[in-house]
Design a binder for this molecule. Sequence first.
Ligand code: GTP
Ligand code: SPV
Ligand code: MN
Length: 589
Amino acid sequence: MNRFVEQFVKESAELTKPDKIVWIDGSEEQLAALRKEACDTGEIIKLNEELLPGCYLHRTAVNDVARVEHRTFICTDKEEDAGPTNNWMERKKAYEMLRPIFDGSMKGRTMYVIPYSMGAIGSPFSKIGIELTDSIYVVLNMAIMTRIGNKVLETLGDSGEFVRGLHSKADIDEEKRYICHFPEDNTIWSVNSGYGGNVLLGKKGFALRIASWQGRNEGWMAEHMLILGLKKPNGEVKYIAAAFPSACGKTNLAMLIPPKEYLDQGYEIFTVGDDIAWIRVGKDGRFYAINPENGFFGVAPGTNLKSNPNALASTRKNTIFTNVVHNLDNNTVWWEGLDKNPPKNAIDWKGNPWNGDMKDENGNPVKGAHPNSRFTAPIANCPCISPEFENPEGVPLDAIIFGGRRAKTAPLVYEARDWAHGVFVGSIMASETTAAASGAVGVVRRDPMAMLPFCGYHMGDYFAHWLEMGNKAEKLPKIFNVNWFRTDDNGNFIWPGFGENMRVLDWIIKRCEGEVDAVDSPIGYLPKVDDININGLDLSKETIEELLTVDNDTWAKEAEGIEEFYKKFGDKLPKELKNQLETLKNNLK
Ligand code: GTP
Ligand code: SPV
Ligand code: MN
């Protein structure tokens, strides 16, 4: 037995005082026994074996349905290392504050030891974590989201290099809920939550917050990005990574089904990942990316046969649903936007009787599923999984896309002039907040590279790291920005989105291959209206023109907002970005 792991388990058990310690070996037998136990206690509900084989439903506490950014901390010795965009606690003080909360928190419970690998076991990109938890739900989710079990311990050998994750549900007390990261100790402590992003410590905690810190020290990047392969009719596959904030369309873009016209020509989209990318410079000087996860923790509402058939198909077996509607008539699940037939006899995400006809005091439909309800599905279920998914070397990136939800301001797509401008474009991203984190929804906030809640160190240093990575590579991906969410005066989305986003990817790839020209604008290169293919779309050329407009006054205001935001970073703001802002301001004059 690895003595570092042993020591970690021993110390943590002395603190949390579980009745029992169970090592997760990764066997189907052990997982089946845990599922049964969780069904017996009501922690999960077994769904219809014929319609949804191997699927389960779980409801979290009503006060515990999303990431809690205000209770998420980067705990370092120096405040400067966490930077102005993170909540910070001094490392020692954080442990002192947390220890009493963890003290005895697993009394009467079992502590599960989950050895897991982020990345295919044995890939040079991969990293190992050990998560200790008192939640079977966490074990079952980690078994889908990551590679777990004995084979991970074997790979670890006697090395002490692993991320130490300690999670306890404790009392699910919101007032004592803390998600604390100790990048200097490779450690994450999470307490009083049972919701995905707060407790599946391989995901946002390790694969982004800790990994971004490691990546900076080791010369690579951990990003909140999907990765897709776009196969052209000639058989060539181009790889694109895209960073959108939470609930802004990564899973959907990653699994896109092209419009008929493209399918007929032989275009195809393959999914490598839907949420996280680890990126390195390969031997040939190009950027290579892997998806360190092994499953999807996807947003359920809005997922349907038309918007994302591949995601829906991925959830038809061996999936855990969290906070969706339980249809009692056939023991299946439902959520808003699945279809137009909400169940008549159901239980809502809070555990109350529910049917699709219920209205609140204002006459609005009562939602049955939480807006941030999720499915945890094995990536192997995905019909469009990339054959390169397990490639230990990753896939070479041709383009990087940034994007967010902007009702106005940002055009459908534009291209950065060069790498430094692209880093600027990523750094000025802004998006309307969503239900993926607790707090107000629909408020525009700056979210650089979609990493605001996930960057484990000073964001000024993070920008510098992006610029530096550009110097390391010989052939850089081109950088673009997209916005699927522009609205008309009635608040309706103008762009049809989803599968039709293929038309924008098409332009992006054509730009990468030098096949089309572009129009220079104050913010970057815009497509010529005729270069966005609208064949077969019920959309006029004027609408495309509108989607591609860059309004100088609106952008002048935007530039003021950026300037204000940039002030936060003080001398840590790279001067390249300061210059980029000056250029933008001058272009707008
Ligand atoms: P996280 O898992 O939280 O990181 O989210 P994500 O970025 O993977 O977002 P996801 O693809 O799950 O989409 C979130 C919501 O945006 C869903 O309700 C989708 O239906 C909606 N959405 C996704 N793509 C589009 C699009 O192209 N247009 C419009 N209008 N909505 C979209
Ligand atoms: C996100 O919020 O960006 C997610 C879901 O992908 S969570 O795992 O909760 O972070
Ligand atoms: Mn995400």
